[in-house]
Design a protein around this ligand. Structure first.
Ligand code: ZN
Length: 256
């Protein structure tokens, strides 16, 4: 919790970029997100959590970045064995890659240290709902709670509600879920254009093939933490990207 103060201070500097913060009190948690830490000499984290930012010119729902660039974003459903998550992050870091982890709230309750671990690697952290229910099928009040309860966890652990929101059990958000996400402070919904199908545990070679057969400049690739095959597939995926002149960057770096 103590680190939240420094994170929030850094994040607060960015809050002015987002016009939604002024319009919706629920969208501006960053500036009041540092209830603890005052008066303590807490070293600033190397990588502060980024708050959500509206990116002018981008659609509300982002499925990919620029097709004429040289970057892709590898985005991970954030849940599962923390040992596998740490192994995956270490593989990414060994290759100089940055990823985006969309954390599920109940995973953060079980593994609160993972939020800081993700950020400390220079990666990006986002919201993937509280319980990973089929959010597009829920009534509005329950869907909104799924978003805000995960946002609360992220805010408590990192000082911001996370850079991005991705709906659970859905590649695309419904209009209702998109509206609720915006109300909760996320100007964009993060979709993807490449599904690695890694959650089915098809084996590392199949995950690598699926990703490299479909990926293009600007792609946002959907992957999952907590799967050994995904950990094993990551180095050859990164090799394959490099051979095509593509770098794995954070989602923010991809789209801004
Ligand atoms: Zn998911």
């Amino acid at each position: 919790m103590l680190r939240a103060a420094a994170s929030a201070a850094a994040a607060g500097a960015l809050a002015g970029c987002d016009p939604h913060r002024d319009a919706d009190p629920g969208a501006g948690p960053v500036l009041r997100a540092s209830p603890s830490g005052a008066g303590h000499a807490v070293p600033a984290p190397v990588h502060a959590a980024r708050p959500p930012t509206r990116v002018p010119g981008l659609p509300v729902e982002i499925a990919h970045g620029p097709r004429d660039g040289h970057a892709v974003a590898l985005t991970f459903h954030g849940r599962g064995d923390p040992k596998l998550a740490k192994a995956l992050l270490a593989e990414a870091e060994r290759a100089g890659a940055r990823v985006t982890v969309l954390a599920i709230g109940d995973w953060l309750d079980e593994q609160p240290a993972m939020a800081r671990r993700v950020l400390d690697g220079g990666h990006e952290l986002g919201n993937h709902t509280m319980h990973h229910r089929n959010i597009c099928a829920l009534p509005a009040d329950e869907a909104y709670a799924e978003i805000t309860r995960c946002a609360d966890r992220l805010r408590a652990l990192t000082g911001t509600i996370g850079s991005w929101f991705r709906p659970s059990q859905a590649q695309r958000a419904t209009d209702l879920v998109t509206r609720l996400a915006r109300k909760a402070g996320y100007p964009h919904v993060l979709s993807y254009d490449v599904d690695s199908l890694d959650a089915n545990d098809p084996g590392a070679p199949a995950v690598r093939r699926t990703v490299l057969d479909s990926v293009a400049p600007g792609s946002v690739v959907s992957l999952h933490l907590g799967h050994a095959g995904t950990v094993a597939a990551l180095p050859p995926i990164l090799d394959g990207l490099r051979r095509r002149g593509l770098r794995a960057v954070t989602t923010t770096e991809l789209v801004t």
